[in-house]
Every structure is written in C-alpha cells, then in structure tokens.
Write a protein that binds this ligand. Structure first.
Ligand SMILES: [Zn+2]
Length: 395
C-alpha cells in the first residue's frame, strides 16, 4: 500500500473507533470550525442563491472561507477584493481553490525551501538531547520528504510543508504570527519565519511520524528562514488572507499551543493523547469537532478568534486604505456584526445535525448581504470621495 494510503487507512481506523464511541454515548458532533467541514468551495463571485450555488472540491471551513468573505465586505472591501481575501484565507489550508483547475494558488519556488541541517551538524539542546545517537532521517520540515503531500510544489503555506507550524500552529510572537501580520500589513518587505525540523530514529515516513510527532521523533530543531512567497507581495490582499488564516489557527489551536508550551515542547501539533491525564489533550486530533455550540472554553475560542479576524481586517483597512467603503464597527448598527458572529458560533449555526455547515454558510451569506445593503444605504459608510457631493445635495 502506498504511504499515503497507509496513512489514511490508519487515520480512518482510529477515527472510526472514536466516532463509534462518541456515537454510542449519543453525542455525535460534526462541527469542525477552523478545520475543513462537510461543505465545499464555491466561486465567491458567483451571485446565484447560496442554497443552490454550485460547489466543488475541496471542502472548506465555514469560518476561514464563508465568514471571512462576509467580514471582508463589512470591513468595506470591494466584492472582488473580498473574494481574494476569502479565497486565500482558505487556500492557506487547501493550497488550490478549486482543487482542479485552480484560480487561487501559490507559486513559491521549491528550490528556495530551506534545507534541514544534517544531524551531525546539530548541537544538543533540551529539544534534541542526543543528536549523536539520532538517525539522520527528517520527519518534519523537509520538503523532499513532504512534497507528495503538499498540495502543489509552490504551496508554501501547506500544513505538510516546511512552514506547517509557522502558518497553522503559530505562537503569538515576532518570529511566528506577528511576522506574518507585519508582512501582510505591508510593514515589512519580506516574510522571515520559523521552520521546525524533526529527526527520528524509528519513524519510516513523514506520515507515520505525524500521528504523534513527539513520540515518533527524538530531536527537534528550530531555524529561521526568509520565506519565498512567490508572487504574493507584502501588504497584498493575498498576504492578508494568509494572515487571517494563521490568526484564526492561532486561536483555534490556542489551548494546544499553551499546553505544548507548558509541557516544554518546541512547537505545537495534533496528537493522539495517551490517556485522560495527558497534558497534550488540548492537542487531540478531534479537538476541532467541538468548536461550535453553547458557550464553553472551546466555543468561546472560536467566537474570540472570529472577532480577532474582523479586528485584523479593520486594521489592514485603516493602514492601507484599500477598502472602498468605510468599515462597519463590530458593535454598530444595533450590535449587528457581533450578534451575527455569536449566532454563527453559539446558537443557529451550532446545530450538531448534518445541516450545521449549511446553516453557517447561510448565516455568513446573510451577514454579507446585510453588509452590502448597509454600506450602500447608510452615508456613514460611503467612500470619503463621495462625501462633498452628498453634503451639497442635502444642504
Ligand atoms: Zn490551518
């Protein structure tokens, strides 16, 4: 069986087991928040009704994709700019949108991916206690090993590429999330970030190692690299989309990142917890299944993450002036945007039935429609350039 199939078979068997246990307990969650959900990509410029709109592979997150698109409109971006922001927010995971004949994709040069140091060149640290007895087999951070799982050779944001931790499990630090933020806002001319390499004497493949990277690998090394972002420029809408994704993931994986830090890990990653007292339980592979629903630690993280994403859209708009309408504040217009996010996460959008993702897609589309109407009807949100004409019209 090819490596890829073996990995999915292993994952499928363990998922089936967990789902059966949950099913027996009578609480079968299907919400996946910041992870891909049971709903597919659509062309964000398509104007047909949302419930009958043509969808196509890959699966998307109703937050990274649908909600970000609605919030970009509320922040005042043009319909075409909002589509780019929304697409790259999702493409940070998917790599290509749609999966076949992609319109949105990445074009970094794989020749510029950083090369892991040979284990003989690695010095001992608490994260790599005995490099002298560790095999020179890289399980993480090596493009050559990971490339058949990266969505495309230029997909530098891939979860399976050298910068997987940087874009999907970032610390809120200047070497990780804030580096992407400053690049996205156009404050810095290049993106310099963290690469994590793992070496293993036991794992025979990247996929075998990734099930629980901390157990399978015995040496972890951190390096800094200037990231080749291909044609994506600092301060661009594509860069903003990537940052919004990482910001969301920083919240989504927030408890996992904190648990990994407290457990003296170099980085955070999903694991299979070893019993109920495993300190890395917040990093369990199924953590994303519990991110919608009535208020609790997991669902509040989802809500706060979406609010943070909106805040980032407003900051980018204020710093770049790229928005064509004035941004609608979170709590303006009778608290509309805040309440819509609340409903999306905690009430109407949180149905555990199989129509949950579609409910959330409809809620996001309703918010988008409301924002389009509000910004055209209320002069408070009209572009600055219109205001003198309006003032003279109304006396
Ligand atoms: Zn991600």
């Amino acid at each position: 069986m090819p490596m890829k199939q073996r990995w999915f078979t292993l994952l499928a068997i363990s998922l089936v087991g967990v789902v059966m246990v949950i099913g027996i307990l009578g609480v079968l969650p299907d919400a996946r928040a910041w992870d891909e959900e049971d709903i597919q990509y659509f062309d964000p410029l398509d104007t047909t009704p949302i419930t009958t709109r043509v969808t196509i592979s890959p699966s998307v997150s109703t937050i990274h994709f649908d909600m970000v698109g609605a919030l970009a409109i509320a922040a005042g971006f043009s319909i075409t700019d909002a589509a780019v922001i929304q697409a790259y927010s999702q493409a940070t995971d998917a790599g290509n949108l749609p999966a076949s004949n992609p319109v949105y994709t990445f074009d970094a040069d794989p020749a510029n991916y950083p090369v892991p140091p040979a284990i003989a060149e690695v010095t001992a640290t608490p994260y790599c206690p005995s490099p002298g007895t560790t095999a020179d087999f890289v399980t993480m951070g090596n493009y050559d090993v990971a490339k058949d799982q990266m969505e495309c050779p230029g997909c530098f944001t891939s979860r399976f590429g050298p910068y997987g931790v940087m874009f999907h499990f970032p610390h809120a630090s200047s070497a990780e999330l804030y580096a992407t933020r400053d690049w996205a806002y156009g404050r810095t001319p290049a993106l310099t970030g963290t690469v994590i390499y793992a070496y293993s004497s036991t794992a025979q493949s990247f996929y075998q190692a990734a099930v629980n990277i901390y157990n399978s690998s015995d040496c972890f090394v951190s390096r800094t690299a200037t990231i080749d972002t291909g044609s994506i420029q600092p301060g661009s809408l594509q860069a903003l989309g990537i940052y919004l994704h990482s910001l969301g993931d920083n919240h989504s994986h927030g408890d996992c990142i904190a648990a990994a830090d407290a457990d003296n890990k170099l980085f955070a990653a999903h694991v299979h917890p070893e019993g109920p007292t495993d300190p890395l339980t917040p990093c369990r592979w199924l953590a994303h299944e519990f991110e919608f629903g009535s208020s609790n630690n997991d669902t509040d993280r989802t809500f706060n993450g979406i609010v943070a994403v909106y805040d980032a859209l407003l900051t980018y708009a204020a710093e770049t002036g790229r928005n064509i309408y004035r941004s609608i504040p979170l709590t303006a217009e009778g608290n509309h945007i805040y309440d819509a996010i609340y409903s999306f996460v905690h009430t109407t959008g949180a149905a555990s039935a199989s129509d949950g993702p579609m409910n959330r897609r409809i809620l996001a589309d309703d918010l988008r429609t409301w924002a389009l109407q509000t910004r055209t009807q209320n002069p408070a949100y009209w572009p600055q350039v219109f205001l003198p004409a309006i003032a003279s019209d109304t006396g």
